[in-house]
Design a protein around this ligand. Structure first.
Ligand SMILES: Cc1ncc(COP(=O)(O)O)c(C=O)c1O
Length: 420
């Protein structure tokens, strides 16, 4: 059977996430997934098990410690396999913001004054601020600006910024406001033609399908695990040959411990161990929908990604159709998802109403979301939006269902959001 004939079993999906049966959560339709996602039962179980059985310092030879260390390694290995990285190419840190700051601190030592760094104004500040600070060591910062009418980053504008002095290009795979998916493979090719390093923020992309980092061919790829169904941690991938060249950011005597050289303090142990639960959840999801069992973790992820994309496209396009047909709503970004060119992260403002008023009204109808600049304040400024009041952002993932969308649409009509 082709994948086109297999639909995501949404009831099965939701049965894996205990939040949907929790009295506090269950009365809400959850639309703040781009802020952080719910976790499947497997993650909760691994976290609990670690706390009960193995809450000791890992990697000693006694049982509890040995098991703790093995589980932490297993979690790292599973994620390495799922995103097509190689051994010692990923680190698990506390947040993407932290990972980017540590990375930029290491990378600045590969640059000399006059080298050029390109950042965008579409990104979250985590993949802008850390790189902009390189001006302190004499780097020239250039900005790849979005088109203020569409919110999109246009390739022609990048081409006019790249030259032989470009050393770093920092760009988001998917904007957490506009929702557009940027063609990272093409972008990486263009930057590599000039010998630049490509740093990709995948935080808004990864919850909708884990990336194949080798296929994208970016040099670094970052995402936040608390948005991909895990605890508050973040993953940073880096190409081994570049990690080998980066100066150590950890204790002096750990200088050969790549990639921990970029992970001072290390990860939270129990949370790292619980990442096994994400991999198990994806495994279960795969086994629930597909027959063929003897395939790699990466291939399973690719199959799941296709299933998820079809489901997300269906539910998001219904919402996008409603929002783009309402004259009072200013939709940001594309009005339709086609071929995964947009995430179901849908931001908007409403004419004559503050975003605070709109989000308050939606919350009153059981819609869990908020208004904010979501730390993409340069993006909002470029779009001419008040960075304090921000946009209203309704963001979905694959466990959202069509009933959530219907409830959000009817919340507009049950309140005075669209009235004069
Ligand atoms: C696109 C994007 N990049 C980076 C970040 C920062 O991630 P973290 O909270 O892990 O620092 C966020 C957080 O919302 C984000 O949405």
């Amino acid at each position: 059977m082709s994948i086109k004939n297999i639909a995501l079993d949404i009831d099965y999906v939701r049965s894996q996430f205990p939040a949907f049966n929790d009295p506090l959560n269950s009365k809400w339709s959850f639309f703040e997934n781009a802020g952080g996602s719910y976790v499947p039962q497997n993650v909760v179980d691994h976290l609990n098990n670690f706390m009960i059985s193995t809450k000791v310092q890992p990697y000693a030879s006694y049982d509890m410690s040995d098991v703790a260390g093995k589980n932490m390694d297993k979690a790292t290995r599973y994620f390495t396999e799922m995103i097509n990285a190689e051994e010692n190419e990923i680190i698990i840190g506390s947040s993407t913001t932290m990972n980017m700051y540590v990375l930029s601190n290491a990378m600045k030592q590969l640059l000399k004054p006059g080298d050029e760094v390109i950042v965008t104004n579409q990104d979250h500040e985590a993949n802008i601020g850390a790189w902009r600070r390189l001006k302190n060591m004499g780097a020239k910062i250039k900005e790849w600006q979005l088109n203020p009418l569409t919110g999109e980053l246009e390739i022609e504008n990048l081409q006019s910024l790249l030259n032989s002095k470009t050393k770093i290009l920092a760009v988001t795979h998917c904007s957490n406001i506009v929702g557009s998916v940027n063609d990272m493979k093409h972008i990486a090719q263009l930057a590599h033609d000039y010998g630049a390093f490509v740093i990709c923020d995948g935080v808004s992309y990864a919850p909708h399908g884990l990336p194949d980092v080798k296929d994208l061919d970016v040099d670094f790829y970052a995402f936040s695990l608390y948005k991909t169904y895990g605890p508050h941690l973040a993953l940073l991938y880096g190409k081994k040959e570049i990690l080998d060249r980066l100066p150590n950011q950890n204790h002096e005597f750990l200088e050969d411990s790549i990639p921990y050289t970029l992970n001072p303090g290390g990860p939270n142990h129990e949370e790292l161990s619980s990442l096994i639960g994400i991999s198990e959840y994806f495994d279960n999801l795969y086994n629930h929908h597909f027959q063929k069992k003897d395939i790699s973790r990466l291939t399973k992820i690719k199959k799941i990604n296709e299933l998820i994309a079809v489901h997300e496209e269906k539910i998001a396009n219904k919402l996008l159709e409603f929002i783009s047909s309402e004259k009072k709503i200013n939709l940001i970004g594309k009005s339709k998802i086609e071929n995964r060119n947009r995430a179901p992260t849908i931001s908007f403002t409403v004419k004559g109403k503050s975003s605070q008023e709109v989000s308050d009204a939606l919350v009153s109808q059981g819609i869990a979301l908020r208004n904010d600049n979501f730390y993409a304040w340069r993006c909002l400024k470029a779009l001419g939006i008040d960075t304090e009041d921000g946009v209203v952002r309704s963001s979905m993932v694959h466990y959202n269902n069509i009933e959530d969308v219907d409830r959000l649409i009817s919340a507009f009509t049950k309140t005075d959001i669209l009235s004069h």
